[in-house]
Design a protein around this ligand. Structure first.
Ligand code: GAR
Length: 373
């Protein structure tokens, strides 16, 4: 199950459609919705769908962006999805989640992008310029304004007599089907979960009420998955190229001990803004969400001995009855009691089957039952 976090500043109709699109499947879960304006209607919309919502005020984004990274890592987020998030995403976050942050923009990028171009303003500019086509774009978010790789676009015709409102409505409808498809495509490109940063990079950007796609830096293209990674993703299994035999194409030598040592000590700090526990969602005291599973202890070898012993013991009574009936078959037969020999033979067969069924039941239930106690 891939987990996505949605970032939103306002209405949240895209967030709502994304949730509804994935709600009935088991491949993608909207794990968390983060909003940065206390009055944003998205919070109510998503709470009504029993999704965890979390308000992160401006100072977190500007002064402590590493807490955002920590939170996303703790929640095991695979992909961050900006849906009407009108705040600059700090460089600390875009670097930590390079190739894992998407944004939707209500125009055919690169047209009508940049400072001040967001929401209704885009449609006003499109109408004012007399365009005949507009649309929506899903692109990767990088540090540089609108420069992230375009993942998908959908064209929307501008009709004669269109107003910014009518155009906005049609672009919105296009977005509702475009964004979930783009999310599926972006998740398909991912092979491994994000690696916690070794040390947070110095923050250079400041808060802006402009759309998320802004500051300066270089675009980081998302990783191109290998065929092995694509297969593993399609099959829903964990892919680790370092575990492949060295002669296998695509095998990667295990990382040197030093880099492992650099990553091992990382323990995400508990952010000051722990997500409120939703009614009905299970609390796990002391275990941070997204924490790695503890390794299972190996099964003691005595289990095998006990399983065999229990099977023999439980099958024995029915087996003995079957033997007694079989021994009667020949004695009846030589006593010319053919009817009795036939009945004894049938009973022997029945008890052999009973013994077999008991054996199968004991074999399949013994370990689950012992694990209960
Ligand atoms: C959407 O149209 C989205 O493309 C736009 O804000 C709207 C949010 O609507 N995003 C931007 O302009 C970002 N540059 P919603 O809150 O109802 O989903």
């Amino acid at each position: 199950m891939k987990k996505i976090a949605i970032l939103c500043s306002g209405n949240g109709t895209n967030a709502e459609h994304i949730y509804d699109f994935f709600a009935n499947g088991n491949r993608v879960k909207v794990e968390l919705v983060i909003y940065d304006r206390p009055e944003a209607p998205v919070a109510e919309r998503m709470r009504a769908r029993d999704v965890d919502t979390l308000f992160l005020p401006a100072e977190v984004w500007t002064d402590r962006p590493d807490e955002v990274v920590t939170l996303l890592l703790q929640r095991g987020i695979d992909l961050v999805v900006l849906a009407g998030f009108l705040r600059h995403v700090p460089a600390t976050v875009t670097r930590a989640f390079a190739g894992r942050i998407l944004n939707i923009h209500p125009s055919l990028l690169p047209a009508y992008s940049g400072k001040g171009m967001y929401g209704r303003r885009v449609h006003e500019a499109v109408i004012a310029a007399g365009e005949t086509r507009s649309g929506a774009t899903v692109h990767y978010v990088t540090e540089e304004l609108d420069s992230g790789e375009i993942l998908m676009q959908e064209v929307v015709e501008v009709l004669p007599g269109d107003t910014p409102e009518s155009l906005e409505e049609r672009v919105h409808r296009a977005e509702y089907s475009l964004y979930p498809r783009a999310i599926v495509a972006a998740l398909g490109r991912l092979a491994t979960p994000p690696v916690p940063p070794v040390a947070p990079a110095p923050e250079q950007a400041t808060e802006s009420e402009q759309p998320a796609e802004s500051p300066a830096g270089s675009a980081t293209p998302p990783p191109i998955p290998s065929p092995g990674e694509e297969w593993a993703d399609a099959l829903g299994v964990k892919y680790d190229p370092t575990k492949l035999p060295p002669e296998y194409p695509g095998a990667v030598p295990p990382p040197p001990a030093q880099s492992a040592a650099r990553q091992a000590p990382y323990e995400p700090q508990q952010p000051a803004y722990a997500a409120p526990q939703q009614p009905g969602s299970p609390a796990t005291p002391g275990v941070a969400p997204g924490a790695p599973n503890q390794a299972m202890p190996p099964m003691p070898s005595s289990y095998l001995v006990w399983a065999v012993l229990m099977t023999v013991l439980c099958c024995l009574p029915a087996g003995v009855v079957a033997i007694i009936y079989s021994s009667r078959v020949s004695s009846r037969y030589y006593a010319n009691d053919y009817e009795g020999a036939h009945r004894a033979s049938e009973m022997a067969q029945i008890w052999i089957i009973v013994s077999f069924v008991i054996g199968v039941l004991v074999q399949s239930l013994y370990i689950p039952i012992t694990l209960l106690f």
